[in-house]
Design a protein around this ligand. Sequence first.
Ligand code: ADP
Ligand code: ZN
Ligand code: MG
Length: 482
Amino acid sequence: MSGATDEFEAVIGLEIHVQLSTETKMFCGCRLSFGDEPNVHTCPICLGHPGVLPVPNRRAIEYGLQIAAALECDVAPRSIFHRKNYFYPDNPKAYQISQFDIPLASNGHLGEVRIHRAHLEEDAAKMIHVGTSGRIQGSDTSLVDFNRAGTPLVEIVTEPDLTSGAQVREWGQLLRATVKQLGVSNVNMEEGSLRCDANVSIRPVGSSGLGTKTEMKNMNSFRYLERGVEAEIERQKQLVASGERVVQETLHFDPSSGELHSLRSKEESHDYRYMPEPDLVPLAPDTAMLDAAAASLPELPAARAERYHSELGIQEGAARLLSVETEWAAFFEDVLGSDESIEPRVAANWVTGEFAGELRRQGEQDPADSRVSPKSLGNLVSMVSANRVSHGSAKSVLERMVADGSDPEAIVREQGLEQISDTGELQRIVDAAIEGNAKVAEQVRGGNEKAIGALVGAVMKETRGRADGGEVTRLLRQSLGL
Ligand code: ADP
Ligand code: ZN
Ligand code: MG
């Protein structure tokens, strides 16, 4: 679309809730669970009985510090727990213990996006809405499952540094991969272990102020979030183009219809009557805890992408893809390790391109579960690099490998796919193609160089793809006196 809507750019900030995969809840000894019978993992503390006292989960604090370290945040020497008051059935105390003005961590970044803060809090219970209408609004009954109440969360809040739906998806995937690599959460979005809200506004291109934002809640995949954000940017641009204003509200995006619905107008922080939690002392991690968190960091996806790009010369796109999916990175490194002569860049292209594509076509996902071992893929890549099989033949070999785990050498031998490396033999086929297509050959000689494609095709057909296309073209041009 052109015209007025092009003069605006999108500004997006994310709020991500990460459920920590501790054994027990944030302030009591109840087990974490998913999918268990409702309300079996509860106690007076997580049910909000009067007079009980919260005891912070040490492991959750350690996980929080690991996230803070991975996001290169400053850790507050003394951060404070607050009560965030609100009345809702998922919240039996009528407040959530969270952090407010002094969060655990602040001022970090992941890639190009700045992290405003990361703080610890507890999750609410899970509401299950049942009813004849099948919709949340207008349903007949709501049930509450307190198994989730009190699950430790880290909430990560970014600065409004993102500018498109696609960037939200890519960066979100990087964040998820980073947290997963730390091993502090299972980051399963479908189960709600990682939940992402997006705040979206638009502003005139070149201006630095911020427009009124809307908030999109809890999408359960980054693909949906990308689409929701794009739809919301478009909606805001249309509103402004028709002289209306964006209203601050919370939205729900329905991926199946592509529609946005308003859930409620947004609360302000003063609505929550934050107050310091009198039952908890400030959280003051000592040097040993900070050092342990820093020392625990594995190579994180962003660093790995950087290393792949700068040290191994892999294109940025492939490097990022490999880094975000740890199982792909592991497979790739094993391919490289299987044969020293393999060029990383070539291997990366095969792993993320042909191999990933063939797995998808055959309905597989995880390379580690594939019948193709890194060694046999490495073998195939080496054969292509050594010009022993053409790229085209290698693709059909790969199809067989994925289907039944056959050895590439065996398939090549069995199907006679070895490239014709004997120039004499290839020359005879080239001569025959020129003779058999005299008219075309005449056109090429007469200056219509494009027509040479038909001759190349004839040779490839005769050799059943066993010739190197570049070599065929070279011989043809030579024979035609070009
Ligand atoms: P609120 O007080 O409404 O919760 P915050 O200032 O705490 O807003 O920011 C919440 C999130 O919204 C952050 O990720 C922030 O980057 C993002 N954000 C804030 N203002 C805007 C805006 N005008 N447009 C887009 N995102 C914004
Ligand atoms: Zn409990
Ligand atoms: Mg806020």
